[in-house]
Structure formats: structure tokens, C-alpha cells
Design a protein around this ligand. Sequence first.
Ligand code: NAD
Ligand code: MG
Length: 384
Amino acid sequence: TTRVIESLALSRRPVRLPVALDHAAYDVVIGTNLISRAGALLAPVLPQKKVIIITDETVAALYLPALEDSLRETGIAFRALTVPPGEQSKSLKTYEHLVDAILEEGVERRTTIIALGGGVVGDLAGFVAASTLRGLPFVQIPTTLLSQVDSSVGGKTGINTRWGKNLLGAFHQPLCVLADVSALSTLPQRELIAGYAEIVKSGLIGDPELFAWCEKNGDSVLAADPDTLTEAVRQACAFKARVVAADEREAQASGGRALLNLGHTFGHALEAELGYDGRLLHGEGVSIGLKLAFALSVKLGVCAPEDLARVEAHLRALKMPASIGDLPYCFRVADLMAHMQRDKKMQDGRLSFVLAHGIGKAFTSRDVPAEMVRDVLIEDGCKP
Ligand code: NAD
Ligand code: MG
């Protein structure tokens, strides 16, 4: 108890960010030492004092005991289910295993599923919650920077199939998100950088003040300074919540949620070419993809070269991946083009892309000549 009281004294009041959607409203709570206070923070929103925690082995070893202690203190009954860490767990097999365990437990409609972990656990547990008994209440406790700023906001849940990533899923909004930045102290530096790339992306899409803030504070974010992290997560979540509120189900043909894919067409091609084997994290691909999206925009004459220079300077200042040529792997332009064409259904030699008129001014275009994309890739270090 003394340890808990000390940590309470050390932690600042959490920041509450309200997310308002057509059929759901909830808070993203951001701050330090939230996992050890989760019972008290969640008690007001839980429909029943019973929860099922879904987590992965790595996160369970680090944070499950603190979560369980805090639930116990507030009289919330729980059962924890643990899956192996990694993308492999977003599978039908793991999904079936979890649903079986939950039904065997005798779950009721008001029992809440808590996701404790990164985006893998959030997507998987969210889909279990969305589909079991046609929908159980759901809480996210994201423990990676990527899941705190990206996957835990917006309600997309899902798993992978043999036909591709995220092909089986549902929109399912949480009751509450607890983003505990203290948990990021144990995150490997590469994972921190990968999550940070999505924050930079938010600024580049539509929040120039956020990008300017990143230029000033990015080094403290990557040093995992708790106050700076709290502010970074708040700004990035606020940005994503605004975009999602305007286009909850990605129904808009242009703009809207589609803008969140800035840098992702290039990033996905790099990831796909390496076979999603962990050599390149998603956010590392996005980091390079952001630079390439600006390079393409400059080549198309819609963006000033100074803005591209600013993007690249920021990535390089923080030692983030910024060029295909930086990677210790060899990419061939034809292979990357093939991935992008598959990804985006090329029409008449033209591709869909998120481009930018400048920092904070992203837009969608379906009219990008494949030739220009090829040139940008080769200039960045891809083999012709
Ligand atoms: P992840 O969940 O695999 O976590 C990365 C690694 O970090 C794992 O090994 C995990 O065990 C470990 N880890 C987690 N928290 C830790 C901590 N605090 N300390 C130490 N280690 C920790 O990966 P991720 O990057 O968080 O999420 C990627 C997933 O998110 C992908 O499956 C992607 O499709 C999905 N995603 C979903 C959305 C959405 O809108 N639903 C958006 C973006 C990404
Ligand atoms: Mg992403």
C-alpha cells in the first residue's frame, strides 16, 4: 500500500479527452500510473463488476499483476486470458480459443472485455468483444505508443486471415480507453519510434501546430519523458478523434479517414516486400512513407520543396528511417510497384495516393501517374 500511495502522489491528474461519435461517447484517459489505478478509474463505467482481461505474455509479465491488484481493491471480479505476443495472434485460431474460454467461463452480456496490450491485443480482444454474444462491453488499456495514439481510437477491431491482414472485423467502440504512458518505459526504442511516426503523420495530415510541436519536443518523446508523452498522446488522439468523428465508418470517398493513410501506401509496400516478418516495423515503414509521400507531392508540383526538406530534417534529427536507401535490404522498383498496384487497384496506369499541399495539408488523389511513383522510388534508393 505504501508503494501505491507513493506512486499516486507522484502521478499527476490524468488528462481526459472526450470522444463523441454518433452512437457512442467515451473518454480517452491519458496519464501516468493509470494501470495501478484502473479499478477506480473503470468502476464508474463498467456495467457489471466482472471483467475478462485479454493480454499477451510479454505485457502480462510486466503489467497484469498491477491491473489485477487494482481490480481486486475495487471489488471487480476478473479472469485473465493470455495469448502469445506478436501479429500471429491476430488469427482465427487464437480468436476461437479465446471465445471458447470466455463462453466456458459463463460470460454474461454485461461482462466487460479489457484489452491490455498493444495493437495486436486491442484488435483481437476488440473483435472478440464485438462478436461474442453479439457484442460485449469493451475497454482498451493500450501499452504501446502506437496503440495509444492510433489503434485504440476509432473503433476498428479485427483479425487476419490467410487472404490478408484485418479482413475479418467489426467496428466496436470502447466504453473507455486508459492510455498509461508509464507503461511505455519498458517499450523497446524501435517500437517507440514506430508509434511516434504515427504522431508525426497526424501533424503532417492536418495539424501543423502538432508537427511544429514535434520538431521541438520529439527528442523528449523518444526519451520517454512522461509529461511530454502525455501531451503527445493527447494531441494525436484528439486529432484522430476529430477525423473519426467526421467519418466514423470510412464512408467518405475522399478526405476523411482515408487521409490517415498518409505514407501508408509506400510503407505497406516495403512491409509486404519483406513479408511482414518484423525486419521493418509498420511505423518504420510509415516513417519512410511520409517522406516519400512528400517527395511525390513535390514531384507532382503540388507541394513546396521546403516542406519536404522540413519533413526529412525532422525524421533524420531523431534518427528515424527516412529513405529506402537507409535500409539494409535491397528493394526492386517493380516489386514495390506490384504491391502498390495490388493494394490500390490501379486504373489506367494511375494510382490512388494521399498527397500533401504542404505540412498539415494532406488530400486524397486518384490520379497519380505510376511513372512518377516509380521515379520517386528510384531516387530514394530503390533498384530500377
Ligand atoms: P503489438 O501489439 O504487437 O506490440 C508490439 C510488441 O510490444 C509486442 O511484442 C508486445 O508484446 C510488446 N509490448 C506491448 N506493450 C509493451 C510494453 N509496455 N513494454 C514492453 N513491451 C510491450 O504491436 P503494436 O504496434 O502495438 O500494434 C500493431 C497492430 O495494431 C497491428 O496488428 C495493426 O494492424 C494494428 N493497428 C490497428 C489499428 C486500428 O485502427 N484498429 C490502427 C493501427 C494499427
Ligand atoms: Mg498505421
